[in-house]
Design a protein around this ligand. Structure first.
Ligand SMILES: Cc1cc2nc3c(=O)[nH]c(=O)nc-3n(C[C@H](O)[C@H](O)[C@H](O)COP(=O)(O)OP(=O)(O)OC[C@H]3O[C@@H](n4cnc5c(N)ncnc54)[C@H](O)[C@@H]3O)c2cc1C
Length: 494
């Protein structure tokens, strides 16, 4: 077993001493995530990896070194939510210097970027060619692509196109023994054809390195499918329903996903608008008093004709389910138009700050906690009712706790549901209410078989894994093959 000093010297020889730190302040800074104080594990050594403009880097050498000496190693992307906390210490590998956009191919509609490139930078590069990733999140420049593939990233557009992982055509992955493997479309890189399509003439292994919490291999390159896209092709709408119309909402959502005309639907409830309404951000009378559910909906249409067709179909489905058009929210809370309202706007695509969508709520309610999971759309009513009952039982169904829903409808006829609660982290009684509610959500969600977003053993406990029985055992066996010393994010999945 090497000492920390020896690790620092040996890694310094690989990446240069400037990129290695054991400074306690650096360790605390790297600990900062959206999960705030929930994860207190610190690494022994922080290493930053940087590639040159051609994309050369020392990732394989670092991994071989860590493997040879059985040192845990965890890739660290952007701001994070805690799943890159180094639970067993060792090396925290800051990937942000592996950030090059290597190729945009507008003809074949793909982009190749390094694993540490920010999703934002990828969008920026695509926009220069009239392209976009079909799926865009609210994370601005804060998150990176290798991490989003490993964590199950999602965003607007998933009602039509799916998860970020669904955009993956190919990956280049480095294994703990230092071997580099190219999968999917990237297996074809270097041939005359170059990368095209995801499927090759071998069983597909892309999924092994997807949603894996960085525990199977490190992603050094990503090839993603892009679509033609312009900001002005996206059109925003909002329909509202009463509290007693949740079954109608569920049925309308099913019809819209099946109809494949809608680019994105975002499901929220009145709590999301409670404080902005109190602050006067929305004009009185323009949001019906009895409106409880708000379905923010985006259509992607390249011209008037396409828009007219899609709009007609969408309106027919919402209106026959009893929905009411609420342009006030579409105008002030969605897309680029929201920014024109300046401080009185509430753009969805910024989370924090005076203009961010959590800003008004945080001013009144404190810090937020969120549970993030997926379940079939057919269970929307049952799950919403259960969450409301749990919040009432815990005394948090009120404006002070702003217990809102903020969720994505997916093309899998499912919902990526985010239950929020805002709370006072300095008040033990309030924290106890929050914990009680989280335990209730965990219980009723696990009982029904939800898919958690970005779970790890440390966040969700063993049940979500153990219920997968033989599959989980097989994944553990495969992990033994690719990572026999269990150095990659140990404790995350196994
Ligand atoms: C302001 C804000 C808004 C957000 N909005 C959204 C949203 O709209 N949609 C959404 O899905 N999420 C959203 N998130 C959450 C986001 O998905 C997480 O922060 C997430 O963890 C993303 O990864 P990261 O870059 O922060 O890296 P990390 O959390 O550090 O990494 C995530 C996982 O990937 C692993 N990993 C990192 N890089 C690699 C690599 N190259 N190879 C292998 N494994 C790797 C890590 O070890 C870890 O297990 C938001 C976050 C913020 C800060």
């Amino acid at each position: 077993m090497l000492t920390v000093d020896e690790i620092v010297v040996r890694i310094g020889e690989i990446v240069g001493p400037r990129l290695v730190s054991t400074n306690p302040i650096d360790k605390i800074n790297y600990q900062h995530t959206l999960a705030y104080g929930a994860y207190r594990a610190l690494p022994d050594v922080i290493v930053r990896i940087e590639s040159d403009p051609q994309g050369n880097h020392a990732l394989a050498r670092i991994l071989s070194f860590a493997n040879e000496h059985k040192i845990p190693i965890v890739a660290k992307g952007g701001v994070g939510m805690g799943i890159s906390s180094p639970l067993k210490g060792g090396i925290l590998l800051d990937m942000l210097g592996m950030d090059k956009i290597l190729e945009v191919n507008p003809t074949m509609q793909y982009i190749i970027a390094e694993g540490g490139a920010s999703v934002y930078a990828i969008h920026h590069a695509l926009r220069q060619h009239g392209l976009m990733l079909a799926n865009f999140g609210t994370y601005g420049p804060a998150v990176v692509i290798g991490a989003m593939i490993n964590k199950g990233g999602i965003g607007y557009g998933m009602t039509r196109y799916g998860w970020i992982a669904d955009m993956v055509l190919g990956l280049e992955v480095i294994l703990p023994n230092g071997e580099t493997i190219r999968l999917g479309a990237l297996a074809n890189q270097g041939t005359s054809f170059g990368p095209f399509q995801k499927w090759i003439h071998l069983p597909d292994l892309l999924g092994l390195f997807t949603l894996a919490a960085g525990s199977m291999g490190m992603i050094s390159k990503v090839c993603l499918r892009a679509i033609e896209g312009k900001r002005e092709w996206l059109h925003d709408y909002c329909y509202a329903f009463r509290r007693d119309q949740l079954l109608n909402v569920q049925e309308a959502l099913m019809a819209l996903v099946k109809g494949e005309v809608v680019y994105d639907i975002h499901f929220t409830d009145r709590w999301q608008y409670h404080w902005p309404m109190e602050e006067g951000l929305y004009q009185k009378g323009r949001i019906p008093d009895d409106a409880w559910f708000f379905l923010k909906t985006i259509l992607l249409a390249r011209d008037e004709e396409e828009l007219a067709f899609k709009e007609k179909r969408m309106r027919r489905i919402y209106e026959s389910a009893g929905g009411i058009d609420v342009p006030e929210i579409a105008e002030k809370a969605m897309g680029a138009k929201a920014q024109e309202h300046g401080l009185h706007g509430w753009p969805d695509y910024h989370v924090m700050g005076p203009d961010g969508w959590c800003g008004a709520v945080v001013r009144h309610s404190g810090m937020f906690a969120v549970t993030s999971k997926m379940y079939p759309l057919t269970f929307l009513k049952e799950m919403y009712d259960l969450d409301e009952a749990a919040k009432r039982e815990c005394g948090i169904w009120d404006g002070e706790h702003s217990p809102q829903h903020d969720s994505y409808v997916t093309r899998d006829l499912a919902i990526k549901e985010e239950y929020f609660v805002f709370y006072n982290p300095y008040d033990d009684e309030d924290v106890a209410k929050l914990r009680k509610w989280m335990a209730l959500v965990q219980e009723f969600s696990n009982q029904r078989g939800v898919v958690w977003t970005a779970p790890t053993l440390s966040t969700k406990g063993p049940w979500p894994y153990e219920r997968l029985t033989d599959l989980y055992d097989l994944v553990k066996q495969i992990k033994q093959v690719v990572d026999p010393n269990n150095i990659l994010n140990p404790g995350a999945l196994y």
